[in-house]
Structures are given as structure tokens and as C-alpha cells.
Design a protein around this ligand. Structure first.
Ligand SMILES: Nc1nc2c(c(=O)[nH]1)N[C@H]1C(S)=C(S)[C@@H](COP(=O)(O)O)O[C@H]1N2
Ligand SMILES: [Mo]
Length: 152
């Protein structure tokens, strides 16, 4: 598994035309969104956090996913795996975040509860989740894939 060894930078790779190391500054230079999420953790109970940062969709789109962007059905074969520095990871489907389908406002947040996350790395935020497990802290890498491996 390809992992990041560069603190503060997120490796964006896989089925994209321009793989990149994303800095917090680069994430802050993109259009910023804000959201408050409430979720239930099995271990620590009810949680509430306020996040700001770019849409994951914008971050991924800038790297040029290898689908035919004009063909919406082609986009539906793509997946995104988000890796925390501790190895915790979760997969999203492109359809979840695509404006023509689920249109979920998933963020790669650069600040949590008004504190910058510089030094630890960005935070995946999946609004609407009832459990906290996809709100991945200290994101180290994001990998774009498609479903080809599932059918080979
Ligand atoms: N990197 C990483 N992020 C993670 C986890 C984890 O194990 N590793 N656990 C998740 C779970 S299960 C929950 S409930 C929330 C808790 O976040 P909080 O304690 O900051 O409110 O973090 C999530 N993010
Ligand atoms: Mo949790």
C-alpha cells in the first residue's frame, strides 16, 4: 500500500492525471466551505465539531480523475479511498460526492473548531453520517480508483 511519509502533506494518487502532494496552504487556496457535524461515537458518545476547508470533489477534480468527465455513467465506476496516518481508512464512491448524484458536501477540512490543523494534516468530513468513523483525522493520503479490480 502506498502511504505518505511527509508530515503535513497529503499524497493524492491513483487514477488521476496529475498525482500531487497537497499542502495545507494549497487546500486553503481553494474555495472554502464550512459545516457543523454531529455524530455518535460508540466509545465516546455524542460529538459535535465545526469544520472549514475545500470540497473533496474540488480537490480531486483539480488532479484530473481518469474518467470521461462528460459521460456521467463513466464517473460512477470510480471510488476514493482516504487514509489516516494511523492506517484507518474509508472508501467513498464518486457517485456520493458527484453533484449530479449524491452531491454530498464532503470536505477535506483544514480547520476544526476554529483551530488550524497544520501540523497534523486535514480532516475528512462526511456530513450526515450518524457514526464518526468516516470523519477521518490526520489524513495522509487519498487514492482514486475504479472498479476494474472488482471484475478482474
Ligand atoms: N485517523 C483516524 N480518524 C478517526 C478515527 C480513527 O481511528 N483514526 N476514528 C473515528 C471515529 S470512530 C470517531 S467517533 C471520531 C471521533 O472524533 P472526535 O473524538 O474528534 O470527536 O473520529 C474518527 N476519525
Ligand atoms: Mo467512533
Amino acid at each position: 500500500m502506498e502511504t505518505s511519509a511527509v508530515p503535513g502533506l497529503v499524497r493524492l494518487s491513483g487514477r488521476v492525471r496529475e498525482p500531487a502532494w497537497l499542502s495545507m496552504a494549497a487546500l486553503r487556496s481553494m474555495p472554502q466551505r464550512e459545516t457543523t457535524v454531529r455524530f455518535e461515537c460508540r466509545k465516546s458518545g455524542a460529538r459535535r465539531h465545526y469544520f472549514t476547508g475545500p470540497l473533496l470533489l474540488d480537490v480531486l477534480s483539480a488532479a484530473g480523475p481518469m474518467f470521461d468527465a462528460a459521460e456521467r455513467k463513466d464517473r460512477l465506476r470510480f471510488v476514493v479511498s482516504v487514509l489516516g496516518e494511523d492506517g484507518h481508512r474509508a472508501v467513498l464512491s464518486w457517485g456520493e460526492i458527484d453533484p449530479e448524484f449524491g452531491n454530498a458536501a464532503v470536505l477535506l477540512a483544514v480547520a476544526m473548531d476554529c483551530r488550524d490543523l497544520d501540523g497534523q494534516g486535514p480532516h475528512l468530513v462526511v456530513p450526515g453520517d450518524r457514526c464518526g468513523a468516516r470523519h477521518i483525522s490526520r489524513v495522509a493520503a487519498v487514492r482514486v480508483g475504479d472498479d476494474a479490480g472488482l471484475w478482474s
